[in-house]
Design a protein around this ligand. Sequence first.
Ligand SMILES: NC(=O)c1ccc[n+]([C@@H]2O[C@H](COP(=O)([O-])OP(=O)(O)OC[C@H]3O[C@@H](n4cnc5c(N)ncnc54)[C@H](O)[C@@H]3O)[C@@H](O)[C@H]2O)c1
Ligand SMILES: O=C(O)CC[C@@H](O)C(=O)O
Length: 526
Amino acid sequence: MKILVSEPIAEKGLEKLVQEGATVDLKTSLTRQELLKIIGEYDALIVRSNTKVNEELYQKATQLKVVGRAGNGVDNIDMDGATKRGIIVVNTPDSNSVSACELTIGLLLATCRNIPQHHIRLKGKVWDRSGLKGMELLDKTVGIVGLGRIGSLVATRLKSFGMKIVAYDPYISDSRFQHVGVEKKEKLEDLMRVCDILTVHTPKTEETYGMIGKEQLAVAKKGLTVINCARAGIVNEVALIEALKTKIVARVGIDVPEGEPEPISPLLEYDNVIVTPHAGADTKEAQDNVGVTIAQEVISALRGEMVPNAVNLPTLHTQELAAVKNYLKLGETMGKLYYQLEKEAVEKVEITYRGEVAAMETSVISLAILKGLFEPVLKEKVNYVNASVVAKSRGVVVTESKESEVDSYLTLITVKVISKGKEFTISGTVFGKDDLRIVEINGYEFDVIPMPYMLIAENMDKPGVVGQMGTLLGVAKVNIATMQLGRKLTDNRAMMVLTVDSEVSKETLEFVGGVDGILRVRFVKL
Ligand SMILES: NC(=O)c1ccc[n+]([C@@H]2O[C@H](COP(=O)([O-])OP(=O)(O)OC[C@H]3O[C@@H](n4cnc5c(N)ncnc54)[C@H](O)[C@@H]3O)[C@@H](O)[C@H]2O)c1
Ligand SMILES: O=C(O)CC[C@@H](O)C(=O)O
């Protein structure tokens, strides 16, 4: 595992990577050209917010499997480019939220009480408070745009100042507003009209870039304080400077100036503006959290494990991930069986979740099924990240349905693969904590523990077939570990599933296939 760390992360994180057996190159002052020249050697890249991970980089990064963003915002990473190449992108969304929230509160207090301006005067040996009258927070209204992790933390803390909190976030439920104890504004303009202080906490997206612009500031209360600790450009700086000039905006606190990391910003010309150099996450606690978390995640992702904070995968919390872990294994196993038993190109995959599994985050199990299905037959890398893109690009329609009830089992997954009008079905379950079982193939019922080597045969349900097959395998020195027969009494046919201790040669398979009554036999490797 060769990992390039292109921006500083905590020592603890680097130590963790090395402990886990990775070769780590910490190169934090590479030029872009130097980065592009060496990126092809690495399995993983760990960045913060300055490294642009884009098409230009992906084209050179021929070995790259994981991009680790040591922090939250992923606006410097081209997600589509990563997803289509099966590159997993992981971040650490929770690790620095408290620090970012505390800097927001810090900037808010600093701007409202002119703390840096006072300090600068005194440093110049001038004791003079004139022209720097502050504003109390008590009874003022703060408008929060984006009531996610950081927005909610800010809201909770500002309540203790006796402030009224209103928020605009069309993407979260009303119950979340109630839980945080914040008044919901349906429209951004409604929030702009009532707040004394505006603080933005959205990600930078096409929709949020410039969302606080000329029109929004035009309806704001005169004397507004604006704080941006989220991302440059969410508050349009040209409109902001105009509003400072017309005194609509009285104070500004910005952690993320446009053009960062260049230390030049037109905002610095204004005495009532405080700018910090994207320092929201720069605390010992946040950096230690971020460093260790990103190290763990990158290592897990490189080992092919499912990671809770994978940005280009369905969102899973650690507990949800623990719950679905065995189903991922089961799903991948079921998927892997198809192309080893059938040769028809897949047109449609219908996945049904029944019983306990139906209540879980099944989208990720469906990805495991697709990964298992396509991985054995494609040259390109198929993993959780690009499995659904691969299915789509091959014209495969995937449907998912859920039923809370199931006969005979507590939990059951059934995959129906449809190709040229033919249907292939396979069902599996998990007994207890981690006991995986295949319980049905094409209508034949079993109770098979999937093993690395298996023989699956369809035969006429008549005496002698099983015995002859056993004899032939014995002659070929293939030891049978377990054997199960599924029968369909209606058509006098049966299916045999054998787990064996070693590989079965083509020759032995041909002999077995020639036994009177064997309709077809396949050797399966899991
Ligand atoms: N300054 C720093 O050092 C620092 C540190 C950490 C995070 N950040 C930034 O802070 C921001 C918030 O981070 P977070 O962890 O709270 O993110 P989050 O994903 O938890 O919350 C973002 C919220 O914004 C909402 N949102 C999205 N689009 C919106 C829109 N058009 N209008 C209104 N609301 C919208 C979402 O529904 C979500 O609730 C991000 O931009 C992140 O990059 C900055
Ligand atoms: O310090 C950093 O790397 C950026 C922190 C922050 O903006 C983030 O998105 O996590």
